[in-house]
Design a protein around this ligand. Structure first.
Ligand code: FE2
Length: 325
C-alpha cells in the first residue's frame, strides 16, 4: 500500500507516490516564469488545469492503481493562498472519491524529511533555503518534539531576494540560478551585511544591490550579492552548528541547488569535522514525493485529521508542528 502526496505551494504542481519511504513516482507541472514573476491567481489556474494529468502520470509511473493508495497528503502551507487552495481541493476530491484519510503536511518539513530519508540521517542541523523561506532548524524534544527554528530571515526569503534582483537587473528568466550564471568571474564590491545572532535580513541588501547596478556591471553586482547573502547564511549556520553541537549539516530547499552555497557550507563543515548533506536537485525543487514521504510518516504514526482540520495556512510554521515519528 502507498501514499500519494500533492505539492502546490508556488509555481509547481507536483504529485508523488511513496511506499515504505521509497519514492515510486514524482511527477510535476511547472508554471513558466518569464519576466513578471508569479501572479498567484494565474498560477492557481495553471495548477487547476494540470492537476488531472499530473496525478494520472504519477499513478502510471508508480506502476500501482488507485486501489493501492492508502492516504492522501497535501501541502497545508506555507505558500501562496490560491495555489495551496488548489492542492487542498484536489486532496479533498481524491479523499472523497476513494474514501481515504487526508494528511496536511508542512512544506518545509517535506524538504527536510525527504533529504533525511535520502541519506539515512537522523538528527541534522538544517539550513532550509527557498523562495519564500530561509531558516536554520533542528529537532528538539521540549516542550514537544518539533523542528525548532534557531535562526531565520526577518523579512524575505533568499530565493525571492535573488529573483527580485534578477528582475531589476533584467536577467531573463528571472531566477536565482540565472543570477549565478551572470555572477561567474565577477569582482567583489561591498554591500550591506546583516546578521543578528542567528537571524538575518535581505531587503536592505536587495535595495543596495539594485542601486549598485547604476554604478557597476551586472556581473560584479550579481557576484557580490551572492557572496554577501551566502556568507550571511553561513555565519548564522556556523553559529547554530556550534550552539547545537549537531554532527550533521543538511542543506535543502530550492536555493540548495546553488553550487556556490554548497561549496561555502562544505568549507564550514570541514572546519568543524561535521558531515555535509544536500539532496539531489530533483528533491530540492518543489515536488510531490516529499509531501508523500511526510504524509506516510504521519499516517503510520496514527495521526488523524477531521474534515475541519483539512485547511490551508499561508504562514504555516514548521516549528508549530508536533513530530509524531
Ligand atoms: Fe520548497
Amino acid at each position: 500500500m502507498a501514499i500519494l502526496g500533492i505539492e502546490s505551494t508556488a509555481h509547481t504542481f507536483g504529485v508523488g507516490i511513496c511506499q515504505s519511504g521509497r519514492i515510486l513516482a514524482n511527477q510535476k507541472a511547472m508554471y513558466p516564469i518569464k519576466d513578471k514573476g508569479m501572479i498567484p491567481a494565474q498560477v492557481a489556474n495553471f495548477h487547476m488545469k494540470n492537476a488531472a494529468h499530473v496525478i494520472k502520470n504519477a499513478i502510471n509511473e508508480s506502476g500501482l492503481s488507485t486501489r493501492n493508495i492508502e492516504a492522501i497528503g497535501y501541502t497545508r502551507g506555507p505558500g501562496l493562498g490560491p495555489c495551496l487552495a488548489i492542492g487542498q481541493l484536489v486532496a479533498r476530491f481524491l479523499a472523497k472519491r476513494y474514501r481515504l484519510p487526508v494528511m496536511p503536511v508542512n512544506h518545509a518539513i517535506g524538504h527536510i524529511e525527504v533529504t533525511k530519508q535520502a541519506f539515512g540521517i537522523k538528527d541534522p542541523l538544517v539550513l532550509y533555503v527557498s523562495g519564500g523561506n530561509s531558516q536554520i532548524l533542528g529537532l528538539v524534544d521540549r516542550p514537544f518534539r518539533h523542528y525548532h527554528v534557531f535562526g531565520e530571515t526577518f523579512d524575505i526569503g533568499i530565493g525571492n531576494m535573488l529573483d527580485s534582483f534578477a528582475r531589476e537587473a533584467k536577467i531573463i528568466p528571472a531566477w536565482g540560478s540565472e543570477v549565478a550564471k551572470v555572477a561567474m568571474n565577477g569582482k567583489y564590491i561591498e554591500l550591506p551585511y546583516t546578521v543578528k545572532g542567528m537571524d538575518f535580513t535581505f531587503t536592505g541588501l536587495l535595495t543596495a544591490a539594485t542601486d549598485a547596478l547604476r554604478r557597476h556591471s551586472v556581473k560584479d553586482v550579481a557576484y557580490s550579492l551572492q557572496e554577501t547573502s551566502f556568507a550571511m547564511l553561513c555565519e548564522a549556520t556556523e553559529r547554530a552548528l556550534l550552539l547545537t553541537k549537531k554532527k550533521d549539516l543538511m542543506l535543502c530547499g530550492g536555493v540548495a541547488q546553488s553550487t556556490r552555497l554548497k561549496e561555502m557550507l562544505q568549507m564550514i563543515t570541514k572546519d568543524h569535522g561535521s558531515r555535509f548533506f544536500v539532496s539531489p536537485n530533483e528533491l530540492n525543487a518543489d515536488n510531490g514525493a516529499m509531501i508523500a514521504v511526510v504524509a506516510e510518516k504521519m499516517f503510520r504514526a496514527g495521526e488523524h485529521y477531521s474534515d475541519k482540520q483539512i485547511t490551508i495556512d499561508q504562514r504555516y510554521r514548521p516549528d508549530s508542528v508536533e513530530i509524531s515519528w
